[in-house]
Every structure is written in structure tokens, then in C-alpha cells.
Design a protein around this ligand. Structure first.
Ligand SMILES: Cc1cc2nc3c(=O)[nH]c(=O)nc-3n(C[C@H](O)[C@H](O)[C@H](O)COP(=O)(O)OP(=O)(O)OC[C@H]3O[C@@H](n4cnc5c(N)ncnc54)[C@H](O)[C@@H]3O)c2cc1C
Length: 465
């Protein structure tokens, strides 16, 4: 005779190892793992197309892992609170265990569920529980550098947890069919590039980590070079919780040199971003500095050409080779190199003077690692509108960035029209060498820069009046 089962409610924590909810639940009774696709939840950001594709494959991988542990993944679609209550009633489950998540809609859902069922929350998707670090005066950190410095003093917190010992359950509740959810593209198959580059799931994440550990020593020197595969590409795996940052941090102990240390600093950006959305839940929707509201940017209803410029940016046809390479890499693979994310984002908000929130939404839809906190924090950092941000007036020059970070091979890969140009010409092809199919620049660097600075000066003058 089995005791009452325990539900593990899964969201972006699709792994068995170092998953504190699974670990604790397994010690309490037979476990029923449940994932509810609650994509119509009020106030929630519906996952974008690339995220849905990833989610399909990640759930498939987790279900296969669970089957190896004589368990199952129960899938439901709709209101998560209603489904979890229904499953608890059907099965006699007396507790729900889950990891904490900090997107505002998950915090609302968690409180609603806690009113109805015995909900036990655990930490583990971040290096430190977001909100647990405070400044000397007891406030929350707003700026990355002091946050990261303080965080390092508390890390690592503990060793990663092993896989849970799951007792097979006897009576499984009904589950949806994953394929019927239609998370993968239905009409045109835009996902072939995603399939070439990615494999979702914990095992693939561990393999990617193992590959990265061999080159982690060189991370410091290579991480800014888009033409070199020098970063970990763990971001979608971390976003979906297929691997925990604690596992990554522990594995880095085996790596020497400043590469590992710089990499730890990047993982801390991820923690920092959660810390920001915990303080400012609408951070990915609203500028946090005066003057950067809708009036600051060029507006499609008032300024001609905004829609055309936006489409050219989205399609990688701006006439700036590095920008176009990045935007095409994003469309094809669902991922973009960090240096190029900065260049393309800066180009949109400064050279084209288009609201950062428009760019944030495009990334949200097209990135496999689209993350409410990381995306919003980075866009506001680039735009100069956030609590910790680059100055708006510091305007990146895409053409010199392209040269400085040696992007010739990268451009050849993603903008084949330019593949025959030599290294000297490819970053900024002179008119005579510009192939006929490749567009002219939407705006020159000088004009774009001047327009952005003028808008900034006008905004400052308005604020001071
Ligand atoms: C405009 C813009 C938008 C971005 N949107 C996202 C997003 O939606 N999701 C996302 O995960 N990252 C985002 N980033 C951050 C960063 O570009 C990616 O995390 C990184 O490129 C992923 O590649 P990687 O795994 O090889 O990174 P690595 O260099 O190997 O870094 C390791 C891990 O650290 C974390 N990390 C690295 N840089 C950052 C950063 N700046 N902020 C937060 N975490 C970081 C990621 O989890 C990453 O997987 C954005 C950056 C910019 C400039």
C-alpha cells in the first residue's frame, strides 16, 4: 500500500539532478511530476515561437528521463492552479513541491496556489535565492558590480543535489499529449536552423558543459569574438532549468585561470537580473529612468520610415554587415552571440531611435533563451534607461566594433552576399564593392548618432524645464 503521493510542479526547472523540489518530494512519498502549460494566464508573457519549440523538446527529454526512473510526466494545459488542485483531489496528493520563480505572473500563481494547497517552495534555479542579499543599509542591490562582489562571498552555497530516488506511483492521473499542444511550427517550418544547432534536455546540457570546460580557460580572451565558438551556449539550458547554475559553478572548480572567473561573473549577471525583476516586476515593460517613455523614441504613427527600418533590422537588411549577421544568426538559430546582441540592440535604440521595448519583444519571440529578466535587464542596460545602465550618449559604432572583435568570418557565415569581400572591406563595404543585392545603410553612423544625441539633449532640456 503506497502513502499519499506528492506533486512536483515543474516550470522552468526541467531536470532531475540538483532539483530541490524533486529531491524533497521523493523523500515524502511517491512523486507525480506535473507541467501545466498556462500560456493564457492573465498578466503572463506568452512564450515566443523559439521558446515554444524548445519547450516541446525539453518536455520530451524530461519525460524520457522520468521513464528511466519508472516515473511519468503529467501534462496539462490551462489554469495551473485549477489543474494542480484537480490532480491533488484525484490522487489524494497532500503536498505540492516547486522551485521558486520570480516572473511576476509566477509569483501571483504561487500565492494563489498556496491559498488552496500545501505548497512547499525551494530554491535552486539561481546561485543565491534572489532577494537574499542586502546592502549594508538593508536595501536591495540595484547595481550589478556591488551585487556580484557581495554574492561571491557567499558562493558556493552547497554541493549540487543528486537525482531523486523516485518510488513508482500506482495510479497516474490523465495527461495531455505533447504533440497535440502544437508547440512546434505548424505551417512553415522555420525551425530547421534550430534543429541543426540545438538539442534540448539535461543530457545535452551536460554535454555542452563538458565541451565548454575544455575551453573555459580561454573564455576571457575569446568571449567577445563572434567568429569563435568561445562561449558556453548554455543559456537556453539554464533558462529552462535543464541544468542548474549550481552544477555549472561546481564544475568550474576544475578550471584554472581568469577565464573561469570571468565566466562566473556572467552567471552572476543572471542572478542579478532576477534580483532586479524581484524589485521591479515590470522592468521588461517600462523604462526606469525619466525621459525614456514612449515620447522619446521615433513613433510609427508620427515618424515616417519607422516600420520600414524595424523590418530591415528584424530581417538583417540594415546595410551594416555586423548588425545584419547578428539578426540573421538570431532568426536562423534562435541564438545570438552576446557581443552582437549588444551591437544590434544599440543600433536599434540609438541609430534607429526605436523604443527598446520593440526590440525586446522581437528577441522574446526569436530567442531560444528568451528570459523575462535577462532580456529586459540587458535591453535597458544598452538603452541607458535602466537602474544600472550604460549612458545613452555612449553610442557604439557598429563598424569599428566589427573590426575590433574580428567579425569578418562571422559576417561571411551569415551574410553570404558579402562572402567574397576581403577582411579590409567586409566590415564597411565601400560603395563600389557593395554587391547589388546588399542594401545601402539605413542611416549613416554620423547621422544616426547625431539624431540620437539631439533627441537626448531635447529630452534633458524638457526634464529641466
Ligand atoms: C540586448 C540583450 C538581450 C539579451 N537577452 C537575453 C535573454 O533573453 N536570455 C538570456 O539568457 N540572456 C540574454 N542576454 C545575455 C547574453 O547575451 C546571453 O546570456 C549569452 O549570449 C548566452 O550565450 P552563452 O550561454 O554562450 O553565454 P556565456 O558567455 O557562456 O555565459 C554563461 C551564462 O551566463 C549568463 N549570462 C551571460 N551573459 C549574461 C548577461 N549579460 N545577462 C544575464 N545573464 C548572462 C547566461 O545564462 C549564459 O548562458 C541578452 C543580452 C543582450 C545584450
Amino acid at each position: 500500500m503506497q502513502g499519499n503521493p506528492v506533486i512536483v510542479w515543474l516550470r522552468r526547472d526541467l531536470r532531475l539532478v540538483d532539483q530541490a523540489a524533486f529531491f524533497a518530494a521523493a523523500a515524502r512519498g511517491p512523486v507525480i511530476p506535473v507541467f501545466v502549460l498556462d500560456d493564457e494566464r492573465a498578466g503572463a508573457r506568452k512564450p515566443g515561437g523559439a521558446s515554444r519549440w524548445w519547450l516541446h523538446h525539453s518536455l520530451e527529454a524530461l519525460a524520457a528521463d522520468l521513464a528511466r526512473h519508472n516515473s511519468r510526466l503529467i501534462l496539462r494545459r490551462g489554469d495551473c492552479v485549477e489543474h494542480l488542485c484537480q490532480i491533488a483531489e484525484e490522487t489524494g496528493a497532500h503536498e505540492v513541491h516547486a522551485l521558486r520563480h520570480y516572473e511576476p505572473w509566477w509569483r501571483d500563481a504561487t500565492s494563489a496556489l498556496a491559498d488552496k494547497l500545501d505548497l512547499v517552495l525551494h530554491d535552486g534555479n539561481y546561485l543565491l535565492p534572489p532577494g537574499s542579499l542586502t546592502t549594508a543599509s538593508g536595501g536591495a542591490y540595484k547595481i550589478y558590480t556591488p551585487f556580484a562582489k557581495a554574492a561571491r562571498q557567499h558562493l558556493p552555497q552547497r554541493d549540487p543535489l543528486p537525482a531523486p530516488n523516485l518510488t513508482p506511483h500506482e495510479r497516474w492521473p490523465a495527461s495531455d499529449n505533447l504533440t497535440a499542444w502544437g508547440l512546434r511550427p505548424a505551417r512553415s517550418d522555420w525551425a530547421s536552423g534550430l534543429r541543426e544547432m540545438w538539442q534540448a534536455g539535461s543530457h545535452a546540457a551536460q554535454e555542452r558543459l563538458a565541451v565548454f570546460l575544455h575551453k573555459a580557460e580561454a573564455y576571457e580572451d575569446q568571449r567577445n569574438l563572434p567568429g569563435v565558438d568561445g562561449t558556453s551556449r548554455l543559456s537556453p539550458h539554464l533558462h529552462w532549468g535543464e541544468i542548474s547554475p549550481g552544477q555549472v559553478w561546481a564544475a568550474l572548480e576544475r578550471v584554472r585561470g581568469c577565464g573561469a572567473d570571468t565566466f562566473r561573473g556572467e552567471l552572476l549577471w543572471r542572478d542579478y537580473a532576477q534580483n532586479v525583476i524581484l524589485q521591479f516586476p515590470d522592468y521588461s515593460e517600462a523604462s526606469y529612468r525619466d525621459g525614456f517613455g514612449s515620447d522619446f523614441w521615433r513613433r510609427p504613427d508620427l515618424d515616417g520610415g519607422v516600420e520600414t527600418d524595424l523590418t530591415a533590422w528584424q530581417q538583417g537588411r540594415t546595410g551594416y554587415p555586423i548588425v545584419d549577421a547578428g539578426m540573421r544568426e538570431l532568426w536562423h538559430t534562435g541564438w545570438m552571440h552576446n557581443r552582437v546582441r549588444m551591437i544590434t540592440a544599440s543600433f536599434l535604440v540609438k541609430h534607429l531611435l526605436i523604443d527598446w521595448r520593440v526590440g525586446e519583444r522581437w528577441f522574446w519571440d526569436t530567442l531560444v533563451d528568451a528570459d523575462y529578466a535577462n532580456n529586459g535587464v540587458n535591453w535597458q542596460w544598452v538603452a541607458g534607461s535602466g537602474v544600472d545602465a550604460n549612458m545613452f550618449t555612449r553610442i557604439m559604432a557598429p563598424l569599428s566594433q566589427s573590426e575590433k572583435f574580428d567579425a569578418a568570418a562571422y559576417i561571411r557565415q551569415w551574410v553570404p552576399e558579402l562572402a567574397n569581400l576581403d577582411d579590409a572591406a567586409i566590415h564597411d563595404p565601400p560603395p563600389l564593392l557593395r554587391p547589388s543585392g546588399y542594401p545601402d545603410m539605413l542611416v549613416s553612423h554620423r547621422e544616426g548618432r547625431e539624431r540620437a544625441l539631439q533627441a537626448y539633449r531635447a529630452m534633458k532640456a524638457d526634464i529641466c524645464v
